[in-house]
Design a protein around this ligand. Sequence first.
Ligand code: C2E
Ligand code: MG
Ligand code: MG
Ligand code: MG
Length: 287
Amino acid sequence: HAKAQGRNNYQLFEPSLSETAVESLSLEHALRCAADRDEFTLYYQPQIEVATRKLVGVEALIRWESEEFGVVPPGKFIRIAEECGLILQIGDWVLRESCRQRAEWNADGIGSFPVAVNVSALQFRQPEFVRRVEEAMQLYGIKAEQLELELTESIVMHESGVTAAALEKLKTMGISLAIDDFGTGYSSLGYLKHLPIQKLKVDGSFIRGIETDKADRAIVEAIVSLGRALNLTLVAEGVEQRSTITLLGKLGCHVAQGYLYCRPLPPEDFVAWYREFCGEGKRLSVA
Ligand code: C2E
Ligand code: MG
Ligand code: MG
Ligand code: MG
């Protein structure tokens, strides 16, 4: 009987569990070498103002081209990097590289739009996080208006004086703060009342169903009206359909980002895209 049970357990747990564990262990090992081997790059995705069809910002999205695994999407390695603490070094690199890229674009006359950087909770909770942001900006001579931080709800929900003080400091420096994937995290909204947030990014999972799913539509409407009442800028993520833009405009969403306009692009391709669509007085013709 015991033997049978043992075998059952074995069959139940062995396949999926061990595969994932081995996979994340070897990914973790490769991740440790990735920075030294220069395997990370940032791709940039345009953010477009709905009313004017003009570029108002770009989001920096990390890509890992691993020698062993090929291109690993962030969805596959950010969590592992968080679990083993490597996210601190990676996040620091992302901050500095975003500032370096913005400085290069400043020198080349590629607009003055801000670069939005994704920040993980672990990274934000480092006592020296604000100083690291300042250092990255100073290193490349970037003004605060050219940097934006995308924070998760788990960061701002963390009811602590330390969090509030860090957010206040960043705001005082002039850095704009956005809540990423809004609507997918915690249900408390109280933090919006007292924390210095400027933007809500409505999660792409709600945007994709906005025209076909009543619940998605209701959720987006509610987020947009809440955000507008609180004087926040609303950004829709994951916009893929032209018709979605029309609807988002009607609902009062300010900015849209998604494959409809442009996929995240490596810097060279982004600059080519920028020169084609965003030159003097140009408006995106796509919507
Ligand atoms: P996110 O910050 O919410 O970024 C949006 C994700 O949606 C990106 O996936 C982007 O490529 C994708 N996306 C953009 N437009 C569309 C669209 O129209 N349709 C669809 N289906 N997807 C679209 P990506 O680049 O794979 O990044 C996934 C997540 O990984 C990000 O979600 C963010 O949470 C995290 N991440 C990316 N880069 C960094 C980073 O430098 N640091 C940290 N801490 N996290 C990062
Ligand atoms: Mg983001
Ligand atoms: Mg997002
Ligand atoms: Mg999202």
